[in-house]
Design a protein around this ligand. Structure first.
Ligand code: HEM
Length: 115
């Protein structure tokens, strides 16, 4: 779309994407739902100052920033500076999720070995 419009008329890009964009936008609500459930689980079962607790909070903040930058792009004609920021938050989210998976797995193995 960007090339077809000569990298101009940014306000029109989203309207031309169609269903793909609606799926992208709406699926973020599913992601928020899953992460809110996870967050309450982590808050309930981990110590307040533990790594898992801290990184879970960071993960929630990253998801909120991801959605905020996405919404800002959608409403303000995809400002160029927000494109790499949206991608950066997306990659950081995956990084923190992997970190949490490793940390939680290690905690579970530690508990199994000590019991
Ligand atoms: C947790 C939620 C989200 C994640 C993980 C996410 C992730 C991504 C990723 C990886 C891209 C790049 C796609 C590509 O280059 O092919 C992208 C692009 C985009 N996203 Fe999201 N997104 C999220 C939520 C949203 C929301 C809520 C909106 C708007 C309401 C939005 C609007 C956009 C727009 C307009 C683009 C195109 C910008 C560009 O290509 O540089 N995103 N998103």
């Amino acid at each position: 779309i960007s090339s077809a419009l000569g990298n101009m008329l940014r306000d029109e890009w989203i309207g031309r994407i169609g269903l793909t964009f609606l799926i992208h936008r709406s699926f973020s609500l599913v992601l928020v739902g899953i992460h809110v459930l996870y967050f309450f689980w982590a808050f309930k079962y981990t110590l307040r100052r533990s790594h898992v607790n801290l990184w879970s909070q960071i993960l929630m903040i990253l998801i909120l920033f991801e959605i905020a930058t996405g919404v800002a792009m959608a409403y303000f004609g995809i400002p160029a500076f927000l494109q790499p920021i949206h991608l950066l938050f997306g990659t950081l989210i995956i990084g923190v999720q992997v970190l949490l998976l490793l940390e939680i797995r290690e905690n579970i193995q530690f508990r199994l070995n000590t019991n």
